[in-house]
Design a protein around this ligand. Structure first.
Ligand SMILES: Cc1cc2nc3c(=O)[nH]c(=O)nc-3n(C[C@H](O)[C@H](O)[C@H](O)COP(=O)(O)O)c2cc1C
Length: 301
């Protein structure tokens, strides 16, 4: 492993490592307004939500590494404490990128990017019409993280009004990840699109108390076929199926010859069982995978 003391490398290099390592990052397309009413629109991927009660989002316009100046978004916020955070879906990613161009102060990136400004209900900055979720925020605090180029400024935003396009909702009224089609920022020029093949589900472990990987019998835990993800799924069950259950399952599933074969060709058969269990896990059939893995234990009973 490379070991890097941040103090030993240039800030630009460190910045590259941090952006490459921490991702994908959500993107806040921040709309602000200066004291003369000039609009500004810029993306920030040092961004997330941190609280639902109160509803708080934080993003960080950093001091420019190049010349240690501050970003217009930050200047505007320090003038009037208001911002609209617009989320970024795939169909506005190019215009969002364009809005990050370092235009001069007072240049309206709504015009430059071609995105459409629409009035907010409670605050002066405009919303981005094309964004599927727009959050009208007042700024509770700005915390400066330093005085040198590259230093972030945490803009702590309280969400006062949420606008959600109905087209991104599923039948239950929740946001459907395939419909919202968000993009995330990676390192360099890379982005990722969080829909279709990129999506997968992981069952929440909170509902039950999983046995944990430590309680998986060692011959399964040390399998050369099962991966860390496979073990994580196996460790998320509340209890391991009993050998009686395994026996019942085995009789239903396999012929007497197959069962005998398992016990004769022990090592080879074990690998086959592990491969089959892995396949079942990839289909989220966790209890069935457990039963397959325990056949070997049954044979040695
Ligand atoms: C997707 C994306 C994410 C960005 N994230 C950040 C960020 O988190 N912090 C930052 O200081 N600049 C970030 N930038 C660069 C700013 O958008 C850029 O400096 C912009 O010109 C600032 O505009 P302003 O001076 O009008 O506020 C990002 C750019 C892009 C394209």
């Amino acid at each position: 492993m490379l070991q890097i003391n941040p103090k030993d490398i240039p800030i630009s290099k460190l910045h590259q490592y941090l952006l490459g390592a921490v991702g994908p990052r959500p993107i806040a397309l921040a709309s602000t307004i200066d004291k003369d009413g000039n609009s500004n629109l810029s993306p920030f991927s040092f961004f997330n939500v941190f609280s639902a009660n109160p509803p708080i989002a934080i993003f960080s316009p950093a001091r420019r590494v190049r010349n240690n100046t501050t970003k217009h978004t930050l200047d505007n916020i320090l003038e009037n404490n208001e911002v609209v955070i617009n989320v970024v879906s795939y169909d506005i990613v190019q215009q969002t990128s364009l809005s990050s161009t370092e235009y001069d102060c007072g240049v309206d990136e709504f015009i430059k990017s071609g995105l459409t400004p629409i009035n907010s209900n409670l605050i002066k900055p405009y919303r981005v019409k094309e964004s599927p979720v727009q959050m009208e925020c007042t700024v509770n605090d700005v915390i400066s993280l330093g005085e040198q180029g590259g230093a972030g400024n945490l803009v702590i935003c309280e969400i006062k009004m949420l606008h959600i396009n109905e087209n991104i909702l599923n039948d239950a009224g929740a946001i459907d990840p395939n419909k919202i089609d968000l993009v995330g920022r990676m390192g360099g020029n890379w982005y990722c699109r969080s829909s279709k093949d990129a999506l997968f589900e992981v069952e929440k472990p909170l509902r039950n108390l999983g046995i944990g990987v430590d309680n998986i019998p060692s011959e399964i835990r040390n399998s050369h076929i099962l991966s860390g993800n496979d073990l994580g799924m196996l460790g998320n069950v509340e209890s391991i199926p009993s050998l009686d259950e395994v026996e019942k399952y085995m009789k239903e599933k396999f012929s007497t010859e197959q069962i005998q074969d398992f016990s004769i060709r022990n090592k080879e058969a074990l690998q086959e069982l592990h491969s089959y269990a892995k396949e079942l896990l990839s289909k989220n059939l966790i209890i069935e995978a457990w039963k397959i893995l325990l056949i070997d234990k049954l044979n040695r009973k």
